[in-house]
Design a binder for this molecule. Structure first.
Ligand code: DX5
Ligand code: ZN
Length: 215
């Protein structure tokens, strides 16, 4: 089953309630991008916004941390209502296993993220410890970028390794530049959670855009 996770980064922050209702009605997961201006050269939003969305959300909150020292903040995002929390391997390195364990101990699904320039093999040692893998199909930091076509090969490689290790149930989430035009290719490569910001919230009909991505 394909799940669509609209990225709130592309929502209308002056009318956030309307966009939260769109996700509740037509999508599966709230994708929330947390940027610190240090790990990525952009700053998005923090706890008050996540807590406000949590009060209205009827679908799980998926918090994508693009921050240094993710271990300092996972507990607060869990308290704020996150059902899934992912952090970047590039920000964690030798602390990766400990942070995955920390997230799981909070009763939250733990995800590991890599940017397009990180060899997928670097996260293979952790695939037995993740609840999902998040592959960036653009460089983390900004919405509205173009999908990098080489991402398809990376999805296939991680899918093959998860299956080889006996984890066919672990989903691959893909984030960046996804819309109705490339959703089918991303799913065919082995992904099952599609993050989509601009292609949902900037569309004339977000409901139709989501329906088309489901195939
Ligand atoms: C990029 C974020 C994405 C972004 C996706 O750093 O992680 O979630 O919001 O936006 P689109 O779908 O517009 O590429
Ligand atoms: Zn994201």
């Amino acid at each position: 089953m394909v799940q669509i996770a609209p990225s709130i980064l592309a929502a209308d922050f002056l009318h956030l309630e309307k966009d939260v209702e769109t996700v509740n009605a037509y999508a599966d997961i709230f994708h929330l991008d947390i940027m610190d201006g240090t790990f990525v050269p952009n700053i998005s939003f923090g706890f008050p916004v996540v807590e406000a969305i949590a009060r209205k959300a009827e679908k799980p909150l998926d918090v994508h941390l693009m921050i240094v020292h993710p271990e300092k903040y996972v507990e607060r995002f869990a308290q704020a209502g996150a059902a899934m929390i992912s952090f970047h391997y590039e920000a964690a390195r030798e602390q990766t296993a400990a942070i995955l364990e920390q997230i799981r101990s909070l009763g939250v699904k733990a995800g590991l993220v890599i940017n397009p320039d990180c060899p997928v093999q670097e996260i293979f040692p952790y695939l037995g410890q993740v609840d999902f893998v998040l592959l960036m199909s653009v460089f983390a930091g900004f919405g509205g970028q173009k999908f990098i076509p080489e991402s398809l090969e990376r999805i296939r490689a991680v899918r093959a390794q998860l299956d080889l290790l006996g984890h066919p149930e672990v989903p691959i989430e893909v984030d960046g530049g996804i819309g109705p035009a490339n959703a089918a290719a991303v799913v065919a490569a082995g992904a099952s959670i599609l993050v989509a910001g601009s292609s949902v919230f900037k569309a004339p009909s977000p409901a139709e855009a989501i329906a088309r991505m489901r195939g």
